[in-house]
Design a protein around this ligand. Structure first.
Ligand code: FAD
Length: 310
């Protein structure tokens, strides 16, 4: 068995692996796709101390850094079930999709999250070519340009307020007849001169010139009329879904499926820790996931040294 087993190989899992291995502990990482969301990212300009990098390049460096240590990396392995230890200090079990089962004294969950997509024509084609999901990451790329934000919940309205300070104009598009964000955010949004709010509007298509986004089409759900808007960027803010469906019976999750953790990265189960986008950590970013992975690793080590000798 492993002493520490990490599930997920994004920035959180990679950081957890390095911090754990540096304690001289036997550590394994099982990841469906090593690199995680970073693999799908083009330019990264907020990875502090690196002015500009690209997702695949950062993933190669993460992998190299992990390989500097004696870490058992099991890539292309999907975890399907977690069975917590029956008694404190016992072994937790993780069952993989290939039927194998891994055991460890401590487990760190870092399975990340995925952005909910609109699933309209053009969305995939123009992803990273005008279609964006992270305003903190990509907002500055649209400085002085026109953008739409899809979604009128808290994250959509926060994104629209944030972007209105950077871009020329923001159109906020909400499917429902009213926004769902907190009233204070809605008031702030309504006060901004360069924001237009469309409700009862269903986005039907991302339009482009073959290279980048040139606009979008939406249907007015009251009149049924179709409209086109010319713009350069589309921020999709209709939900970030944690990859935790397989953990429902193992650790406490919030209503939105985030793993509940405390400041030390501890979950509801002794000896099971979690880090990054799959958790309740506020703000989902690479540097934050790396910090959280390091925290979880140090907490796992702290847990291990307190276990009675077998
Ligand atoms: P992830 O990166 O999601 O990694 C999760 C890992 O878990 C993966 O290895 C995955 O394969 C694995 N996994 C999932 N389920 C299972 C399972 N059941 N069994 C085994 N393994 C599993 N952040 C920034 O700071 N700057 C940016 O510029 C930026 N741009 C972004 C652009 C895009 C298009 C996207 C999608 C995100 C961007 N982000 C950016 C956000 C950033 O990528 C995430 O915050 C960060 O990757 C989270 O790290 P993580 O390790 O928690 O999860």
């Amino acid at each position: 068995p492993f002493e520490v087993l990490i599930i997920g190989g994004g920035p959180a899992g990679a950081a957890a692996a390095i911090y754990t291995a540096r304690k001289g502990i036997r550590v394994g990482v099982a990841a469906e796709r090593f690199g995680g969301q970073v693999l799908d990212t083009m330019g990264i300009e907020n990875f502090i101390s690196v002015s500009h990098t690209e997702g695949p390049k950062l993933v190669a460096q993460l992998e190299q850094h992990v390989k500097d240590y004696d870490v058992d990396v099991m890539n292309l392995q999907r975890a399907e079930k977690l069975i917590p230890a029956k008694r404190e200090g016992g072994l937790h079990e993780v069952v993989l999709a290939n039927g194998a089962s891994l055991k460890a004294k401590a487990v760190i969950l870092s399975t990340g999250a995925r952005w909910r997509q609109m699933n309209v024509p053009g969305e995939d084609e123009y992803r990273n070519k005008g279609v964006a999901y992270c305003p903190h990451c990509d907002g500055p790329l649209f400085k002085g340009k026109r953008v739409a934000v899809i979604g009128g919940g808290n994250s959509g309205v926060e994104a629209a307020i944030d972007l209105a300070g950077i871009v020329a104009h923001v159109t906020l598009i909400e499917f429902d007849s009213q926004l769902r964000a907190d009233a204070v955010l809605q008031r702030k949004l309504a006060s901004l001169p360069n924001v237009k709010i469309l409700t009862s509007a269903m986005t039907t298509k991302v339009n482009g010139d073959g290279e980048k986004v040139s606009g979008l089409s939406y249907k007015d759900r009251n009149s049924g009329a179709e409209h086109d808007i010319a713009l350069e960027g589309i921020f999709v803010q209709i939900g970030l879904v944690p990859n935790t469906e397989w953990l429902k019976d193992a650790v406490a999750l919030t209503q939105r499926g985030e793993i509940e953790i405390d400041a030390r990265g501890e979950t509801s189960q002794p000896g099971i820790f979690a880090a990054g986008d799959c958790t309740t950590v506020p703000y989902k970013q690479i540097v934050i996931a790396m910090g959280a992975g390091s925290t979880a690793a140090l907490s796992a080590f702290d847990y291990m040294i307190r276990l009675p000798e077998e």
